[in-house]
Design a protein around this ligand. Sequence first.
Ligand code: SF4
Ligand code: SF4
Length: 436
Amino acid sequence: MLSTTETKLSPEERQRERFRNKSAFVAGKYLRKMEELSGSPAAMQPFFDTLKDIYVRFKDAVRPPDVKTVGTYCMMVPQELILAAGAVNVKLCSGSYTAFSIGDDITPRDACPLIKAVAGFKSIGGVPLYENCSLMIVPVTCDCKKKLASMLMEYAQVHIMPVPSSREADDSIEQFLGDLYALIPLLEETTGNKITYDSLTEAVRTVGCAQYQFSRFLKLKQENPPLIRGTHAMAVMNALSYMPIGAWASALDALNAELTQRKADGEQISRKTQPRIMITGSPVMFPNIKVPLLIDEMGGALVADETCMGDRFFYDPLAIADNSFDGIMRAMANRYIRPCTCPTFTNSKQRIFRIKQMIKDNAIEGIVYHVLRGCLVYDFEYQMMEEELGKLNIPVIRVESDYNEEDVEQLRVRIEAFIELLKLRGQTHKEGTHGV
Ligand code: SF4
Ligand code: SF4
């Protein structure tokens, strides 16, 4: 039966209202699960509030009046350039189950859920985060993103950003540098502001300050026993997509202070015997956080996150060798391509190198390899990753999932079994060590 409010609405508005209610219900449920997970620091609140504002209350990203929003996908678009143009940057990749179910009807069956969710958001309309973007920048990283760009063009101004297939070749970086220069007039036209040397250096400083806080956070995350749960750390990184970067850095500063105090007080959120796990693979975007939640709930210690919505996005600061405008542009072209571990690049050496580094830095005992159904680039790399991890004697489990809750129980059983295996290995290792 229709509610009194619904009867006054047109069929489109009614459909939109139902979409928003359902979407808000699912996002609210996962937000509560995260908040109720034991050991949540008090300083997590601004990050939870941001996710609630966007996904439950359907608010726009925080921005002063008359400031434009530029939406981006993936992690190859330098946010420094967007900030230098005086705009707010939001990331539009989404994990919404409700938007996915709508996008499922208008995209090919085998498209990945991330793309289906974005298509669903755009098709249903009425979502301020998407509606209010003055420009969307889509790096062409995989076939799904290419097709998404063409779909989005029907609704918004879209800039397609080429991404080189090689991150090592110097001419690839030169080509990407040219693409970054091509972005400047477009951003200036969109915002009505000039990108000057001063605005660019100020933007670089702002992002650098946020990265400094993030480097402190990464160090604190390496503590054993852990000071924060992996699911909470992932909420911090997801909130970065929607918060002004300065506000995010201040909130992270407060979180770092609380974690530092926890360390000083010897406060533990999990036992030292819980296996230390890293997640890698397809992006994990709120509210699709079922896999990290399951790891934390089933007794694993999720201590590292090598996904593009996690540590990968922000760990590497700009290295500026030449302080001129061109020098900064070159530093950005290098920073956003060379260390990027996205499997869109033909050569996977950088990804393997980074994963090995993270295993060492975080004392990782097992890896959960997350594959979103239809995400071929990650699935392709699984076998190679399994071989590499086998050489290091690090167990890995491949978990495939979609944007719905139908697979939660099956995932729970598999993840629980994996954690039990890691615990057993840990015990055997300790007994072996005692015996020496
Ligand atoms: S993994 Fe790469 S291609 Fe996929 S969403 Fe992330 S940055 Fe984009
Ligand atoms: S890399 Fe995977 S998850 Fe990202 S857009 Fe492409 S297919 Fe989807």
